[in-house]
Design a binder for this molecule. Structure first.
Ligand code: FCB
Length: 471
């Protein structure tokens, strides 16, 4: 979750040392991760890796516009070239396959495949067809996200997600994609992280399109969820064999003290980060506490919308990164109280694997209809350097190992979790943080586009090989 990075940076925990970690990366013998049907893969997103923003008829997206505004993205970076994946996709697929990764989660750039009148762009469509066909040939399970934040600019010019019509345009886009790509997609996710699109895009303006108003955030969220709900039956009709779902980022909020006010603050934090999205999807209503936090921001909801939004899902994608320690702000809400002496990543995010386990087990209790879960993103940024052709990303190895252990614990506690995707396959354009923050298990040298497999990816590959050999 590309969030405020104002939190303090701390030194790595002393437990994170070289050597020992590498040896102990492999999960214990009783771990559910040894099950062959637990899918292990990696994820990326179109704007973060593709580049080629002006090629083959691609139209501008809100991220082209936003990143061109001075001060919006660190160092003035943009996705114009990114990892040049649009041209290097074949080698990238080879790399994915060579690591033995079983699943690949990618996203489609809406402005690449359709024009403002809804006319398909063949060249853009062909790119995804070639890519998905190759992945299929390699036996890689494909998870395709329709919307990972690169809204066509022409739709933003008409109000973007504040305009209800965008939800209907999204359903048209889902219709085209599922007619064109049926048979090559194992799982469709309508949206990636509507919280980020709605809140960071329209609530605090840290992301494109850069608007900042709580009322906008709740209305944008409603239209995003409506877009999802309208798209699901279309995907089902056009591509019945695939799974249909949505990807949500979730946040753990813990209280800074035992006081009732801080406990309430932590609750409200989780309402704002989790229930705001999951309640409409799984209960068919918005959590009323949200409007205690943001009084007077109720979105305009038309008859039937909540039913559309809460249509059954085949899976729920969960993205998890960190926890936030909060206290009451003395009024309706919460404020962050960064903990000292805890392990943090290059983003300033606290490493807190228990949060993943606790949220998942909590959701199982709260939502009786919780669909099967895939962890569609988890990972961390570190300032990785290539030394003698190697990248020793020690903290990431430890991070992945501990989060996979948290997933195992949640499975053993009864949560139906079917897979895990590393964020990310390779270093890429990290939104408002540009290229400085490196989330990949593969290092990218942006001056040469050379990819270097990091030690973490080697160890994941080693585990996957061992698991295959045992099956
Ligand atoms: C998530 C986004 C993903 C990436 C990670 C670090 O919020 O879905 O694109 O930026 O955070």
């Amino acid at each position: 979750m590309a969030n405020d990075a104002s939190a303090v940076f701390d030194t790595l925990s002393p437990a994170v040392s070289r050597g020992s970690l590498a040896d102990s990366f492999t999960p214990p013998a009783d771990s559910t991760l040894w099950r062959k049907n637990f899918l292990l893969g990696a994820a990326t997103a179109s704007y973060q890796i593709e580049g080629a923003v002006n090629e083959d008829g691609r139209l501008p997206s809100i991220w082209d516009t936003f990143s061109a505004i001075p001060g919006k993205v660190l160092a003035g970076d943009t996705g114009a070239v990114a990892c040049d994946h649009y041209h290097r996709w074949e080698a990238d697929v080879e790399m994915l396959a060579s690591l033995g990764l079983e699943g690949y989660r990618l996203s489609i750039a809406w402005p690449r495949v359709m024009d403002a009148a809804g006319v398909p762009n063949r060249k853009g469509l062909d790119f995804y067809k070639r890519l998905l066909n190759r992945l299929k040939e390699k036996g890689i399970t494909t998870f395709v996200t329709l919307y990972h934040w690169d809204l066509p600019q022409h739709l933003e010019d008409r109000g973007g997600w504040l305009n209800r019509d965008t939800a209907y345009r999204f359903a048209d886009y889902a219709d085209l994609m599922s007619r064109e790509l049926a048979g090559t997609v194992d799982a469709w996710a309508t949206l990636n992280e509507p919280w980020c699109s709605a809140y960071l895009g329209y609530g605090n303006g840290h992301h494109a399109p850069g608007l900042a108003n709580d009322r906008f955030a709740t209305q944008a969220m409603h239209h995003l969820l409506l877009a999802h709900g309208l798209a699901v039956p279309v995907l089902r009709a056009n591509d019945p064999a695939s799974q249909k779902g949505i990807v949500a980022n979730i946040g753990r909020g813990t209280p800074n003290s035992d006081s009732a006010a801080d406990q309430r603050a932590a609750h409200l934090f989780e309402v704002q980060h989790n229930a705001w999205i999951l309640d409409p999807l799984l209960k068919g209503s918005y959590p009323q506490d949200l409007f205690e936090l943001w009084p007077g921001t109720e979105p305009l909801v038309l008859d039937g919308d909540m039913q559309t939004i809460s249509a059954p899902l085949d899976f729920l994608g969960i993205n998890y990164y960190f926890r936030t320690n909060v206290a009451s702000d003395g009024a309706h809400g919460f404020r962050d109280v960064p903990l000292e002496g805890v392990e943090r990543t290059q983003m300033g995010w606290e490493v807190y694997p228990d949060g993943l386990r606790d949220l998942l087990t909590g959701f199982k209790k709260t939502y009786h209809n919780l669909p099967p879960i895939y962890i569609t993103e988890n990972g961390m940024a570190s300032d990785d350097q290539v030394t003698d052709g190697h990248v020793e990303d020690t903290q990431r190895i430890s991070f992945l190992k501990r989060h996979l252990a948290a997933v195992d614990q949640a499975i053993k506690a009864g949560v139906d979790i079917r897979g895990y995707f590393l964020w990310s396959l390779m270093d890429n354009f990290e939104w408002a943080f540009g290229y400085e923050r490196r989330f990949g298990v593969v290092h990218v040298d942006y001056s040469t586009q050379k990819r270097t497999i990091k030690r973490s990816a080697e160890l994941v590959a080693k585990f996957l090989k061992e698991r295959k050999a045992r099956a």
